[in-house]
Ligand binder design. Structure first.
Ligand code: M6R
Length: 352
């Protein structure tokens, strides 16, 4: 059941500290002691990595690709429906990672079969044991989030991010002291957001908005996209996410006093430049909600602040995302939407 929550989505949002603990499990100590996590060392340092995924899982893939590139591995995230081995270098030295919560998404399965056919090594990052993706790929890494009932992906997204962070360390044998320590601290930090978020008040303040925009740079860019997807999916309101620099290349024309802009501003993801974009919004009369660890004093330029604790720069987006989940949830709740089963959508999309 819903354990006293009105919706599975809220229950699952609140289960995220546990989901992260489960995903980390013994893996974090294995990373620390350079033990082979999930028997993945057979894959060590492929020539290139290609991620294939859809929707929220694609946002996790964008994040995972960035983590690998930062560690020197050429890595790209593809929307599974656009992945085409005929137009890409794919061979035995290519690792293709399918990121799919359900392990059944038709687009992702199609891409993985294509990758297998082209001779790549394939890895499924999935939540469902024995799923099609798990059975089709050469290797599998389970994200261990526990069952997710709400159509909106919440705790599985966080778990995918964490799994991909560990995968990046494992693949590159790059033992990152600070990252491992930050992974250990992450569940408590998530909990502190869940205990103190003012997401509900912010949601009420902007219920009448014409549209919601989300911006962030670097590690925060995929979370800006995810923030918008979640908002659309469960509230049926217009929402768009952009890498912050893109705002001025077109979308800024839409900014008015009825379009709140949620800006992810955290240390290590180019906060000074994002604040520049925040000022552009402010000048056009757009309300700004900063999701921030307090770096660069962004509060001075924002109408509201949603705080996140400081953490490793690569994990800041994991925390920021939870604040955005809560805002979307409360907007949908206030609007009386069918939160766990949004119209027109299914939990697992088995057609191409
Ligand atoms: O099961 P998958 O991770 O492969 O699903 C992919 C998307 O259909 C899914 O993430 C979808 O975008 C979510 N409902 C968004 O909340």
């Amino acid at each position: 059941g819903k354990s006293g929550y009105d919706h599975y989505m809220l229950k699952e949002i609140n289960e995220q500290p546990t989901a992260v603990r489960q995903c980390c499990g013994e893996r974090v100590s294995e990373l620390e002691r350079t033990i082979d996590v999930d028997s993945l060392s057979a894959l060590s340092v492929p020539e290139r990595v290609q991620f294939v995924a859809c929707g929220t899982s694609y946002h996790a893939a964008l994040y995972g690709a960035r983590l690998l590139r930062e560690r020197g591995v050429p890595a790209t995230a593809f929307l599974a429906s656009e992945y085409d081995t005929a137009t890409l270098p794919v061979d035995e030295s290519t690792l293709v990672v399918g990121v799919t919560q359900s392990g059944e998404t038709a687009d992702t399965m199609g891409a993985l079969r294509g990758a297998n056919g082209a001779g790549a090594t394939t890895l499924a990052v999935t939540n469902v044991v024995g799923s099609s993706a798990a059975r089709t790929c050469d290797h599998v890494m389970y994200v261990r989030a526990g069952p997710e009932i709400g159509v909106a992906a919440t705790k599985t997204f966080v778990s995918q991010q964490i799994a991909l962070a560990m995968l990046a360390c494992e693949l590159t044998d790059e033992y990152d002291d600070d990252l491992v320590e930050a992974l250990r601290d992450l569940p408590d930090k998530l909990q502190s957001i869940l205990d103190s978020s003012s997401g509900r008040e912010i949601a009420r303040e902007y219920l009448e908005a014409d549209a919601y925009f989300f911006i962030g740079r670097g590690y925060n860019a995929p979370v800006a996209l995810e923030g918008a997807l979640k908002m659309k999916e469960i509230t049926y309101k217009h929402a768009e996410g952009f890498p912050a620099g893109e705002l001025k290349h077109g979308p800024l024309a839409l900014v008015t006093d009825r379009t709140p802009v949620f800006a992810l501003v955290t240390a290590g993801s180019n906060p000074t430049k994002t604040i520049g974009n925040v000022k552009e919004v402010e000048t056009r009369g757009g309300p700004v909600v900063a999701v921030t660890d307090g770096c660069d004093d962004v509060a001075r330029y924002a109408d509201h602040v949603l705080e996140v604790p400081e953490t490793h720069s690569a994990l800041a987006p994991v925390l920021g995302n939870v604040q955005l989940q809560l805002v979307s949830y409360w907007v949908a709740n206030e609007l009386g939407r069918s939160i766990d089963k949004p119209r027109n959508l299914a939990k697992s999309v088995t057609v191409e």
